[in-house]
Design a protein around this ligand. Structure first.
Ligand code: ZN
Length: 335
């Protein structure tokens, strides 16, 4: 197993205490975990796992209700799954896992992340790594003091068949724990849209508390702020999603898109793909085919929402498509 030392146990303890203060776990709706039992022994792993017909990379191990699970990632499709450990054969030799990863879309995304780790803002994957005619819609749900959320925007996009045909709207929701805490009804609505098949959601980790201080410059803000425990911020949000019956994706979005080489290295050691954006609409960036479009769905950035809806309304039927974030590196081969 590939263990990562937690540098600040105190910060982790406070994050857990904060976490326990809310969100009684409801019955899980759409994943193999059918018990709301607590998640125990949650830890990063790096294993090659096989079942009857496929190989995948396990990136987390945990126990829930006396059952051991792995969170696995298909290196070709970048799709994540929860699987019972008893149904897998796993090899923790890093060389075996790297051999499986070689040449896959998963490897390519991790390489991009490593190559641009020195960027203060916008490190990670910002657009499709292969030529595509579609776009990736990413919506951030950062902490907000506003009541409610941009529900109308989601509903309008769900009905915008010119950009997703009759299929559910592919959308990546970058969710923060603090937003989930203060907007349980909005979160439940979004989860229900996914369960009902109106949204095809990729759940992106946007950290537990989403650090931000309006008085600090970028170099000292967000996850670069003093006293932040990056591991707790990332892993505790994953647990929070699991406790809500949601399978975390392999994607991570830095608050403010702000990172550092050290933070990227932590994300890399957790085998997560940092996804940024080359089309943050409210900042005036224009989408091009393959763009990861960034807007906010928490009522904090009406300019971006307006631009998004206008842009979608201008599209001709069948001229462009929104794509699932998992295909941002190409799918390698279909399974
Ligand atoms: Zn944010």
């Amino acid at each position: 197993m590939h263990h990562i030392r937690r540098p600040q146990a105190c910060a982790l303890a406070s994050a857990i205490a904060w976490l326990l203060a809310f969100l009684p776990a409801p019955a899980a709706a759409q994943d193999p975990v059918d018990s709301p039992a607590a998640i125990e022994r949650y830890e990063p792993v790096f294993e090659l796992c096989r079942d009857a017909d496929r190989q995948s990379v396990a990136i987390r191990a945990y126990r829930q209700g006396d059952v051991d699970y792995r969170l696995t990632v298909d290196p070709y499709t970048l799709r994540s799954r929860l699987e019972k450990a008893s149904q897998l054969q796993c090899d923790a030799n890093p060389g075996s896992v790297e051999a499986l990863l070689a040449g896959t879309p998963y490897r390519r995304t991790l390489d991009v992340e490593r190559e641009n780790k020195h960027l203060l803002q916008g490190a990670g994957v910002v657009r499709s790594l292969t030529p595509v005619t579609g776009y990736f819609l990413t919506v951030d749900l950062c902490p907000s003091t506003k009541k409610g959320f941009n529900q109308e925007m989601f509903e309008t996009l769900e009905h915008a068949s010119q950009v997703h045909g009759t299929a559910a709207l592919p959308i990546a929701l970058a969710v923060s724990g603090r937003w989930m805490k203060t907007h349980p009804e909005a979160f439940a609505w979004l989860r229900n849209e996914a369960v009902s098949g109106r949204l095809q959601v990729t759940w992106v980790n946007h950290t537990l508390s989403h650090p931000y201080d309006s008085h600090l410059d970028l170099a000292h803000n967000f996850m670069r702020e003093t006293g932040i425990d990056p591991l707790a911020e990332i892993l505790e949000l994953e647990k929070l999603l699991l406790e809500q019956g949601i399978t975390p994706s392999v994607f991570f979005r830095f608050p403010g898109l702000v990172s550092s080489p050290e933070l990227i290295e932590i994300v890399e050691r957790l085998h997560l793909v940092a996804v940024s954006s080359d089309a943050w609409l409210a900042k005036g960036q224009q989408p091009r085919p393959g763009s990861a479009i960034l807007i906010h769905g928490n009522l904090n950035e009406p300019a971006g929402v307006k631009l998004m809806l206008e842009w979608v309304a201008r599209q001709e039927k069948d001229s462009i498509y929104f794509l699932p974030l998992e295909s941002i590196a190409g799918t390698g081969r279909d399974r």
